[in-house]
Design a protein around this ligand. Structure first.
Ligand SMILES: C[S@@+](CC[C@H](N)C(=O)[O-])C[C@H]1O[C@@H](n2cnc3c(N)ncnc32)[C@H](O)[C@@H]1O
Length: 329
């Protein structure tokens, strides 16, 4: 049993089963023992998974191209800011900064960077919302039950606790229409909090969110993800056992895009229809037939760039969804 699991067991012994968001917060972000705090790099071939951000320079160039188009569309304001939430190793930030040195680019990470009080520009994220700690609930015919993490036969296990907080009840009512009996869903209250922060900070501009997820309609009646969408990743292998080896595996929950779009709209962030990553990147590339994304410098080769574009459009293109929300100041 690792050190973090011992710590989690001590907390359960002292205060009873842990709400899952607290468990996930410790597993991912405990200051020394959390998955994202350890010295080992989680990304790339020697890590646990790939994201778009490792598909450089092509991904960064396409994002830069889109940012530039939006800057022009917004009338080229004197100070144009891009904030990247959950910037990770900063690959996209490096690429965009190199191409658009005139913009202010702020990387926000768990322990560094912050949204400015006021900004005109773009709030961008890639696989940020799926990494926020969520609570887990199960729909019973007469009520909602909150699932917590406790101990069964001396192992970390799911235990049920009712009732849920009013905030969780509200989220479920708003964003999970027609749940099936026994359906399990994740409730991402932090995502709503982030949208509120973004809406306060963004005077005028766009929110660009790339992530994997679903719409409320897709999961209604338990058609998809009837047992919830939590997954853990280690060494490029996915597992549904998210309670195992806390701190040693990534944990994610699919994003409820209806929640992001509708809560955002209530805050003045007008959503465009959800698109796949393929549709989004094709719409950027069609302006110049992907010429700027594919141009190779002396030490790079075009064949590799073509392979990278194929990965973004086809291998990852249908997995990720893109939500664009606009605020008109
Ligand atoms: C799945 S990783 C994605 C990293 C990067 N965007 C990429 O595509 O490779 C999620 C990132 O979100 C960051 N993160 C999680 N919670 C955060 C918070 N509250 N504030 C800022 N960053 C956060 C994590 O530290 C992690 O780097």
């Amino acid at each position: 049993m690792n050190e973090l699991e011992q710590e989690i067991r001590r907390r359960i012994a002292a205060a009873g089963p842990l709400p899952f968001d607290q468990f996930m917060n410790l597993a991912l972000y405990h200051p020394e023992l959390g998955y994202y705090s350890r010295p080992r790099d989680p990304f790339g071939v020697h890590g646990d998974y790939y994201t778009n951000s490792q598909v450089q320079p092509v991904f960064g160039r396409l994002i830069a191209q889109q940012i530039l188009a939006w800057e022009v569309e917004l009338g080229s304001p004197p100070e144009f800011t891009v904030v990247e939430l959950g910037a990770g190793r900063g690959e996209t930030a490096r690429e965009v900064r190199a191409l658009l040195p005139h913009i202010r680019y702020i990387e926000v990470e768990k322990r560094s960077g912050a949204l400015p009080e006021q900004m005109v520009g773009v709030v961008f994220s890639n696989e940020f919302f799926d990494a926020l700690p969520v609570e887990v609930v199960e729909f019973r015919p007469s009520r909602l039950m909150e699932r917590r993490v406790g101990l069964k036969k001396d192992k970390l296990a799911w235990v049920e606790r009712a009732p849920c907080s009013t905030r969780i009840e509200d989220y479920a009512r708003r964003f999970i229409p027609r749940p099936a009996p026994g359906q399990v869903i994740e409730v991402n209250l932090e995502a709503l909090d982030w949208l509120e922060r973004i809406a306060r900070s963004l005077v005028r501009g766009l929110v660009l969110t790339i992530d994997y997820g679903y719409t409320a309609g897709e999961i209604a009646g338990g058609r998809r993800f009837s047992d919830g969408s939590l997954m853990s990743y280690s060494r490029h292998t996915a597992s549904e056992d998210v309670l195992r080896d806390p701190g040693e595996r990534d944990i994610t929950a699919h994003v409820n895009f209806t929640a992001l779009a509708e809560h955002g709209a209530s805050l003045g962030l007008e959503p465009s229809p959800l698109q796949t990553q393929t549709q989004f990147l094709l719409s950027i590339g069609q302006a110049d037939n992907f010429a700027s994304a594919m141009t190779a410098s002396l030490e790079q080769d075009t064949f590799r760039h073509r392979q990278l574009l194929k990965t973004l459009l086809f291998d990852m293109g249908e997995t990720y969804q893109v939500l664009i929300q606009k605020k008109n100041g």
